[in-house]
Design a protein around this ligand. Sequence first.
Ligand code: HMG
Ligand code: MG
Length: 301
Amino acid sequence: MSNVSLPTSARIFEVGPRDGLQNEAELLSVKDKVELVNRLSQSGLTNIEAGSFVSPKWVPQMASSDQLFQQINRQTGITYSALTPNLQGLDSAIASGVDEIAVFAAASEGFSQKNINCSIEQSLARFEAVVEKARHNNIRVRGYVSCVIACPYDGAISPQQVAKVSQQLINLGCYEISLGDTIGVGTANNVRAMIEAVKSRVAVDRLAIHCHDTYGQAVANIVAALEAGISTIDSSVAGLGGCPYAKGASGNVATEDVLYLLNGLGIETGVNLESIVDTGNFISKRLNRVNQSKAANALSN
Ligand code: HMG
Ligand code: MG
C-alpha cells in the first residue's frame, strides 16, 4: 500500500440517526433521538443525516423527524440533512428547516420496487421535480444509489448499471453520489471495479462510499475506496441499523471503526474518536443493544 496515494483528509458523513435508527426494532423517543444528534454535534462532525421524511407506514421509526429537526441544537458548521423520496417529503423537510436533502435511487429494479414502490426510471422522473424544487429553495441535494454490488432480490449488479444511475442523478442536479453496498456483500476487488466504472462517468470528488458491514468487509472496502480517490465516507455511530427493505443487511460500518482506520492512516477528519465512542455507548445502552463497533468496544475496556 505504500506506493498508493491516499487522500490527506476525509469527510465523515454520519448516518446513524437515520440509517441506523430506521431499522432498530426499538422505537426511540424524540427526546432520545434529539440527545443522540446533539451529542454527535459535539464531536467535530460536519455532516449529520438526522432523519427522513418518508411514509410513516413504510418506516415508522422516522415518523417524528419533523419534531426532531425542531428540537435539536443546531451547531454552525454542521449540515443537518434528511432523506426525501418525493415532493411530499421535500415539503415537510423544507417546513422543518433541513439544510440538505437526499434522494435515493437503486441500481437494481427489485430493490427500487421494494424500497420506494416504483421502477428506477419512475424514481428518477419523480426526483427531477424534487431536485428542482430543493435547488429553488437553496437546498443542496445528495443522491444515493443502493445495491451497487448486489441486490437481495436481483443478485449481482453490473458496475456499468451503477455508473449509469449515478450519472443520471448527477445530471438531475445532485452535488454528490453516495454509493451504497446496501447488503454489505462487496469485497475489495469488486468494490474497486465498481468505483472505476462510476469514475468514468462521475468525477471522483463527487463520490462517497456507503458500506454496510454484514460480512465484516466494510473497512477493507473503504481502504479500496480511499485508494480509488474517494474521500467522503458514510458511517453510523456504534454501527447502528440496516435497511428495512434489505433483509439480512446489518448496520452501517461503525463511525468509530472508520475513525480508528483513518487516524491510523494519518488521514485528517476533524472528528474526535473518544467523543463518538461515548455517544455510541450512550445510544447502545438506550437501545438495549450491543455496541457493534469493535474499536469502540476495545477503547471502552
Ligand atoms: P407509496 O405507497 O407508493 O406512496 O409509497 P403514495 O404516494 O401512493 O402514498 C401512499 C401514502 O403514503 C399516502 O398516505 C401518502 O400521504 C403517504 P395515505 O393517503 O395512504 O394516508 N406518503 C407520505 N407520508 C409522509 N411523507 C412522505 C410520503 N409520501 C407518501 N414523503 C414512498 C412510496 C416512496 C412514499 C414509500 O415507498 C416510502 O416512504 N419509502 C421509503 C422507504 C425508506 O425510507 N427506506 C429506507 C431508506 S433507503 C436506504 O436505507 C438505503 C440507503 O441507506 C443507501 C444504501 O444503504 O443502499 C439510503
Ligand atoms: Mg444504508
